[in-house]
Design a protein around this ligand. Structure first.
Ligand SMILES: C[S@@+](CC[C@H](N)C(=O)[O-])C[C@H]1O[C@@H](n2cnc3c(N)ncnc32)[C@H](O)[C@@H]1O
Length: 302
C-alpha cells in the first residue's frame, strides 16, 4: 500500500531554525504557514522548555489553514492561525494586540499541495482550468487576465515577469481570444507552442508565462513589497526574519530591501551569501532545488 504524498515537504528547515534562532518564550510569525511543516519544527524545538515559544501562522489559502490546524493541534494554545494576506501583517498583529515578534518566516510561492491539485490550475499539465488563485474567494483568475486585460497591460505583465518576446506574446493572446476565450492550460499551451517561446534546453517554454500569470493572479510581487516595507517594525530589537524564495523575481526584492535596511542601520544582514539547499536535500525533495534563503536581524540600537 502506498502512502499519500505529504501536503508539503518544507525546505531548508534546519537552516531556517538556525537563522531564526528561536528564543525560549519567544513569539514567532510564520507568514506562509502552508501545511505547517516549518511551524511544527519551530514549535517542537522548545516543547521541553518551561516557557515554550508561541507562533502566529498566516496563509491566504483556507485549506492550508485547515491543514496546518490539524498538524499543529498538539501544540494547543501556543498556536494562532489566521487566514490572511501577509501584505497586511501589521494590521493582523495589531488586531491580536501584538506590537512586534521575535522572528518572522516567509516561505514564498505555492505549496506542493496547491501545485498538485489540478483543479487549482497552477501546473501546465494539459486541460487544467486557468485558475491559479491561492485565495479561492479572490475574484481574479489567470483566465480573466488572458481574456480581459488590455494589450498594454498584458505586455507590461510579461515584461516585468521577464518573459521573452513579451510584445509578440501579448499581441498573439489578444488575437487568439477573439477567436475563442482562454479556458484551460491546453488553450494557452497551444498558443505558446505556435510561438516557440523560451529556451527549451533549460525551461519548458511555458514556465515563465505560467509563472507570470500566477504572480499577477495573486499579486505576489505587490504583496511581497508590502511585507518588506513593514520591516523592521514587525520585529522586536534583535528579532530575526528569514525569507525563502524560489525565483529571481522573489529573491531580488528581498535582497534589495535587506541592503537598504543595512544602509539605514535598522537591520543587519546575517547571510552575506545566499544560502542554498544541500545536494542531499535536493535529491530527496526536487522542489527545493531553486530555493534561496536570506536572513536579517533588527538592530538592537533602535
Ligand atoms: C511554499 S508554501 C509554504 C509551506 C510551509 N512553509 C510549510 O512548511 O508547509 C507557501 C504558502 O504561502 C501562501 N501564501 C502565498 N502568498 C501569501 C500571502 N501574500 N499571504 C499569506 N500566505 C501566502 C500560499 O498559499 C502557500 O500555502
Amino acid at each position: 500500500m502506498s502512502c499519500p504524498p505529504p501536503f508539503h515537504q518544507p525546505v531548508m528547515v534546519a537552516q531556517c531554525l538556525e537563522y531564526l534562532a528561536p528564543r525560549e518564550n519567544g513569539l514567532y510569525l510564520d507568514c506562509t504557514v502552508g501545511g505547517g511543516g516549518h511551524a511544527e519544527a519551530l514549535l517542537g524545538r522548545s516543547t521541553a522548555c518551561r516557557t515554550p515559544t508561541r507562533l502566529i501562522g498566516l496563509d491566504l489559502d483556507d485549506q492550508a489553514i485547515l491543514e496546518a490546524g490539524a498538524r499543529l493541534a498538539p501544540f494547543g494554545d501556543r498556536v494562532t492561525l489566521i487566514a490572511a494576506n501577509f501584505a497586511r501583517t501589521g494590521e493582523v498583529l495589531a488586531r491580536l494586540g501584538v506590537g512586534a515578534v521575535d522572528g518572522l518566516l516567509a516561505d514564498l510561492g505555492v505549496s506542493s499541495w496547491q501545485f498538485d491539485q489540478r483543479e487549482r490550475g497552477f501546473t501546465f499539465a494539459p486541460d487544467v482550468p486557468l485558475d491559479m488563485r491561492m485565495n479561492q474567494s479572490g475574484q481574479l483568475t489567470a483566465a480573466e487576465i488572458l481574456n480581459r486585460w488590455r494589450l498594454d497591460e498584458l505586455q507590461a505583465l510579461f515584461q516585468r515577469s521577464e518573459v521573452p518576446r513579451s510584445g509578440r506574446l501579448a499581441g498573439a493572446i489578444v488575437v487568439q481570444r477573439r477567436i475563442a476565450p482562454f479556458r484551460t492550460s491546453t488553450d494557452l499551451l497551444r498558443l505558446l507552442e505556435g510561438l516557440g517561446l523560451a529556451n527549451r534546453r533549460t525551461f519548458h517554454p511555458a514556465t515563465l508565462v505560467f509563472q507570470a500569470l500566477r504572480l499577477a493572479t495573486n499579486r505576489e510581487q505587490e504583496n511581497l513589497a508590502l511585507l518588506l516595507s513593514q520591516l523592521p517594525s514587525l520585529l522586536k530589537p534583535g528579532g530575526r526574519c528569514v525569507f525563502l524564495s524560489y525565483h529571481s523575481l522573489e529573491d531580488r526584492p528581498v535582497k534589495q530591501a535587506f541592503r537598504e535596511r543595512e544602509v539605514d542601520g535598522s537591520m543587519h544582514v546575517l547571510t552575506r551569501r545566499v544560502v542554498r539547499p544541500s545536494e542531499e536535500e535536493v535529491r530527496s525533495n526536487p522542489r527545493a532545488r531553486s530555493a534561496k534563503l536570506r536572513a536579517a536581524e533588527r538592530s538592537t540600537a533602535l
